[in-house]
Design a protein. Sequence first.
Length: 638
Amino acid sequence: MFDLEYQLSILPDNPGVYLMKNSLGEIIYVGKAKNLKKRVKSYFQNTKNHSEKTRVMVSKVAEFEYIITDSEMEALILEMNLIKKHSPRYNVLLKDDKHFPFIKITTNEDFPRVYMTRTYARDGNRYFGPYTDVNAVHETLDTIKKIYPIRTCRRVILEFGEPTKPCLNYHLGLCKAPCAGYISKAEYGLMIEDIINLLEGRDVKIRKSLKEEMLEASEALDFERAAHLRDKLFAIDKTLQKQKVFTRRLDDEDYIGIHKDEEDVSVQVFNVRDGKLTGREHYILKGFAQEEEEKILTDFIKSYYSGTAFVPKTIYSRVEVRDEVLADWLTMRRGKSVALHTPKRGDKLNMLGLAESNAKATIDQFKQKILSEYETSSLALSQLASTLELDDLPERIEAFDISNIQGVDSVGTMVVYEKNRFKRSDYRRFKIRTVKGANDYDSMREILTRRFKRGLSEVREIQERKLDYTGGKFSIFPDLIIMDGGKGQVNIALEVLRELDIEIPVMGLVKDDYHRTRGIIYMNREYGLRELKEARNLLTKIQDEVHRFAITYHRTLRDKKTLHSILEDIPRVGATRRKNLMLKFGSIDAIREASVEMLQETPSIDRQTAESIYTYFHGNGEEEKNIGREDRHQEENL
């Protein structure tokens, strides 16, 4: 039994990280402290001064752990790592940046490539982003390729390597053919330098240079070259036309605007690069409206800049940040000094006001969208409840699906639709353990049995221990179960529920010849959906979501197996070396793109092994092609 009073009394005065846990042992909050004793005790004293969210969190704390660090900076870094690892319910959580696209420039190659990726790694290359608009990324890359004839192939090209025959892109004027030795590393590097400046918003120098070249070409009566340079200028203008000139000072700055309503918080970040507004991002922090703005801002800055590839020189906000170690950490991330300022007047205050106005507009749009979705969903649930003659509207729906390819790697998934929206935190995935081959019925029996047995076990534990907590991973049961199949799947579910003495309505989905939902099966009767438009649309959304989740999980397992075999096939690379490689580089793509010297910096990797790895990935074009594609981002399952 955790003795709260005693544990509070023996807390050390050292800096460190504390982890709050609920009665089921789940981590619900992670924080850092300059003094652990003072900080943790403050949660359980003078609770009337806490925000409503903090009071609710404290009421659920059954125990806590702490980790002592040597400094507050170490505590800050550890706190952010633990938040990413555990995703505690009461911490500020932003969407993981691996879902957002970056523009990557492979500067560790003699002749770099420029392309989109969704994986950010500290591998010596340059990254720009993350961007929230993938279409804008594609447009930017298209513009860059029109202006600069850089290579797009994945071939390994060395400055003093053996020349090869150029491909079609060279003959179309889309590449300078470094593979054939038609351009030097220095000349190619000037194009890459211009691209970097363009992506950083530093277009003044590029525009000036292009105009001078265009005039020189015109005076030399080389009108074809002059027209080509003119087109480059037009392309740059198109790329930058949405950028608002803000200041004549060529500074890199971010402006963070915050707006609260009764429940939630909207945060808007304006990115100013080289004196121009080059982009913005927005986030909705649900349920944080009662927190103090300084805490919201501090937690947001830690979460936001731990995932970005770039930290600006100055960050402006309406609220003063008094966490000194935060500025030190940002400086460490940037490699140069970073300042946190609160403007009092002038253009910077106006810019901050613009960010805040956008934050308010964003949360208004968000709430309007939620309201519209709620009304549509409520009507759909009413139609469904009326058709099935249910006593109440189903507040929580669980849908199940099985995915396999010819019986290999069968997996089961569960998605949850609760209170008129998908509740992704309650989604669950199951590896099929007892069924061999493609047997969807037995596979479904297994995952339903495991799901509800686990739920009953959690309910018993909560009751026996008299826990003031009802939110275990499986202890909340649905009001309706949807099977992605007809009578057979429904009967399997009903059998499992009868064996476990559980009463929950179960319905199945009937498809037409085009695999679209035609009707529903309930109590051995089929109901059509032709006249129930909202119910049909909702069921289709749920069906699509459970399919997506199942297929994604299946693909993840399959890719992990593939990636695992890749490193296993490399001569001289055993389990320890595979582990060290993944710890250092983080992904197969990063290992593939590393030089022999970079590989040799990995613990346990000597020169001969580094050359073996490099040769394996770059021995010939066909071998590399078969190894994997650029968009493979899953890590090896060590």
